[in-house]
Ligand binder design. Structure first.
Ligand SMILES: [Zn+2]
Length: 416
């Protein structure tokens, strides 16, 4: 088979995303009866092993369209007994890596979890369809991989389906620790978890990323917040009728997700989730009680909605992987008392780098409101714009006009 490398068109990729594919993924994963992490791993029809093997095959088929750039791996490890793991259990993440052609060491990770649970997290026998939690997220990731694999991207994108989420984020924790040990430069991670049932809005959870300077502010400008703003901006550009609703929190009350182990390793990471969760349909034995249907069944998913979530993911991933890296070591110089703003950073070296943009906003604004193209120099003096009155940031722009996420400058006081 001859795989053609096509020029990347983000609108065309978004157009190719198909709700029939997201439906097929959800229904197939549900058909394995349960995907509990403790369920059988060697029955081809039932249990998490059947789901693992089917996903591996799907990613392998997608990889055939990538002209060798995508490789698929089963990342298997033995999880020792712990919370919700009564005996040592083999866990497997299904990981498809689409290698970048210019900056392969810059990595973007997108994931969903393919394990599921019924009312009891350690019941490996009960039916646990997990259509929304989280076959929907896996369906979005698989569909993004399908439309992106034929195209060349400058940076590397890792598409993955992880296990052990319901037992305690074990699969994503293993991946994030391995990445840190290997010193991988993961510049953004998103998890899609419970993205099956909505209309025209998806929530995007993004933690602060820490207080950068109590005196100067910056508590809303950690890298996960910049990532969230970037996703909102790209979604608005390519999907103007679909709203990405930023929530400035790590996650919902009492809940967690696969972005958290990445945050714990110091990587920027955010979570997509539908806006109105129905707890009758999550972590429930399938049953009818007082005329109410309980259970995470496919009839409560909206496959066109999952397709739109896949479009939001794809637009942001493609933009980041086609853009130069966000500028590194950006600082705002605070040595002099002045009404100007002096910024400097480390020059970008990507072959598609074209120029920089300065962005700014009022200190109380949620998103960047202004931008200005500047040259190729890794410094800028904003004359008569006081660093005391605005927040500033810097981003890099490619020759095709694709922009990186923004880097926020912490203050640097240099001894004169
Ligand atoms: Zn989940």
């Amino acid at each position: 088979m001859i795989a053609l490398v096509l020029a990347v068109s983000i609108p065309q990729m978004l157009h190719q995303i198909d709700a029939r594919h997201t439906e097929k993924t959800v229904r197939t994963l549900v058909s394995f009866g349960t995907r509990n992490t403790l369920s059988t791993q060697d029955d081809p029809k039932r249990g998490i092993g059947a789901a693992r093997d089917w996903l591996y095959q799907q990613f392998q088929d997608i990889a055939k369209t990538s002209d060798g750039r995508m490789t698929v791996e089963l990342q298997t490890f033995e999880q020792q007994p712990g919370n919700r793991i009564p005996t040592a259990t083999k866990l497997t993440n299904v990981v498809a890596t689409l290698r970048g052609t210019d900056s392969p060491d810059r990595i973007y990770v997108v994931s969903g979890h393919y394990d599921s649970m019924c009312t009891s997290p350690t019941d490996a026998q009960c039916d646990a369809p997990g259509a929304d939690d989280d076959a929907s997220g896996v369906a979005a990731v698989l569909e993004s991989a399908r439309v992106m694999a034929p195209h060349k991207f400058d940076a590397t994108i890792v598409f993955m389906a992880v296990a052990g989420e319901e037992q305690g984020l074990y699969g994503s924790t293993y991946f994030a620790k391995q990445a840190k040990e290997k010193n991988w430069n993961i510049d953004a991670m998103f998890t899609n978890d419970i993205v099956g049932n909505g209309t025209n809005t998806v929530r995007l959870f993004a933690e602060s990323g820490g207080v950068i300077s109590p005196a100067a502010g910056g508590e809303n400008d950690g890298q996960s917040r910049q990532l969230a703003r970037y996703i909102v901006e790209t979604a608005h550009r390519y999907l103007p009728n679909f709203k990405v609703w930023m929530i400035w929190r790590r996650d919902r009350y009492l809940r967690s997700g696969d972005h958290v182990p990445f945050l714990d390793q110091g990587y920027p990471a955010v979570r997509f989730t539908e806006p109105n969760e129905n707890y009758h349909h999550q972590h429930q034995n399938v049953r009818v009680e007082d005329g109410v249907q309980y259970g995470d069944l496919p009839e409560f998913d909206k496959f066109a909605y999952i397709a739109n979530v896949a479009r939001v993911n794809t637009a942001a991933l493609a933009s980041m992987a086609l853009a130069p890296a966000r500028p590194k070591d950006v600082h705002i110089l605070t040595t002099r008392l002045t009404n100007d703003t002096d910024l400097e950073w480390t020059p970008n070296s990507e072959s598609n780098f074209d120029h920089y943009e300065i962005v700014w906003r009022d200190t109380t604004a949620a998103v960047w409101t202004h931008s200005k193209a500047i040259g190729r120099d890794a410094k800028y003096a904003a004359k008569d714009m006081s660093k005391d009155n605005y927040f500033f940031g810097v981003r890099a722009v490619s020759r095709d006009g694709v922009k990186s996420p923004v880097s926020y400058p912490p203050p640097l006081r240099r001894t004169p």
